[in-house]
Design a protein around this ligand. Structure first.
Ligand code: CP3
Length: 351
């Protein structure tokens, strides 16, 4: 006898993202695969080149599944990086130890025109293969999340050339030459739609768009470089994939979040730790599912502060459409036991 095909309607994460009731909030953690796990560090010790690791399906699949084995989250997030897309467009990328990503910066429209989307799918084929392998390995109640960076956030790395800047170069380009800078954003909108579409066709069941640096922009620039591009990405993805939920994560831009949800039609909105969960319940949950927002530092601290903050988030948001998560990624010094403790707390909570 063959077992029945998994019914997507039974997956807690997909239920929450489509605003259907769940017995308890589903959960996963941003950066749930990574350096805080000894089994990740063991693989990383053998493969020193982070990009090569992302582009080796066998290892990327194993790393994607590692956190679920320990903590049994409701979702796996593809192990990859938002900067694989600019690399696939031909921009040289390197991850240096202790320094993060370094790219050969793009600073004018002529350099934008040299980006070549032609070979992108061929170069990203190992990522799609990872998606297929993870999808085949996941349990029937688990959801596979694909992702990309938002155009603005990816552009910050492409233009500044590295992280940890004050966005001086990209901001002055955007203000002085919005037409030329807009070409870069448009190119990223197009290629992000193609990249996410290919992940979905390979088996991703939901996608998250990370706008880590959304909080760097004034309101009018946020509308132009974050809201409008995300609205276009959602619109184009829905043409081919109307039922795949999209999670937006505009970090540091909560005051603009209600407007962002209304203008883009995203299914869920990720909130960072600075957002009062009670505010999010009032202002965001009527519009979309909410995802967040434990301070990842509390996963390092542990104990009573971690437990109480988790309880407060669940109490404020757990009655509506909600996905428990962090306010940003897990940090490397996190003790895995603390991740275990929060996982158990969320799993046993009832609305
Ligand atoms: O588990 C997961 O969440 C999936 C994998 C994932 C990674 N990066 C793996 C990674 C995801 C979703 C990302 C997204 C990403 N990458 C973002 C957006 C979200 C965020 O965290 O703000 C950004 C801005 C990047 C770019 C990036 N990648 C930076 C700035 C760095 C260096 C900083 C750091 O944490 O080391 C990375 C490297 C990176 N991406 C690591 C991992 C596991 C660490 C690499 C290592 O093992 O040395």
């Amino acid at each position: 006898m063959t077992s029945p095909l998994p019914d997507p309607a039974d997956k807690p994460l997909l239920r929450a993202l489509s605003r259907q009731p769940t017995a308890r909030p589903p959960f996963w953690f941003m950066r749930q695969a990574g350096r805080y796990l000894p089994e990740y560090r063991a693989i990383r010790a053998k493969v020193r080149d982070f990009v090569a690791l992302c582009l080796t399906p066998e290892l990327a699949t194993e790393i994607t599944l590692q956190p679920l084995r320990r903590f049994d989250m409701d979702a796996a997030i593809l192990f990859a990086d938002i900067l694989l897309l600019p690399k696939a467009l031909g921009q040289p990328l390197e991850f240096r130890e202790g320094e993060g990503p370094v790219l050969a910066p793009i600073r004018d429209a002529a350099a934008v025109d040299r980006l070549d989307p032609g070979p992108m799918h061929e170069r990203l084929a190992p990522v799609y293969e990872t998606v297929r392998c993870v999808a085949a390995a996941l349990g029937p109640d688990k959801t596979l999340i694909g992702f990309a960076g938002a155009p603005w956030t990816v552009a910050t790395y492409m233009v500044e050339g590295h992280g940890g800047t004050d966005f001086a170069t990209i901001k002055s380009w955007a203000w002085r030459d919005p037409g030329g800078f807009g070409r870069l954003i448009d190119r990223l909108v197009e290629t992000t739609v193609a990249y996410l579409g290919a992940q979905i066709e390979a088996g991703a069941e939901a996608v998250q768009v990370f706008d880590t640096w959304a909080g760097a922009l004034p309101a009018d620039q946020f509308r132009r470089w974050c809201v409008a591009p995300l609205a276009e990405i959602v619109r184009r993805l829905r043409v081919r994939h109307p039922n795949v939920p999209v999670i937006g994560f505009p970090r540091g831009a909560a005051a603009m979040a209600p407007e962002l949800v209304d203008a883009t039609g995203i299914d869920a909105i990720g909130i960072d730790w600075s957002v009062d969960p009670r505010w999010a319940a009032r202002r965001l949950q009527p519009r979309a599912a909410v995802q967040g927002n434990l301070d990842p530092r509390l996963l390092v601290v542990g104990g009573t502060p971690m437990r109480e903050a988790t309880e407060a988030i669940l109490a404020a948001l757990g009655h509506g459409p909600f996905v428990f998560n962090l306010g940003h990624g897990i940090v490397p010094e996190t003790p895995p036991e603390h991740v275990q403790a929060v996982s158990e707390q969320v799993r046993s909570w009832r609305p």
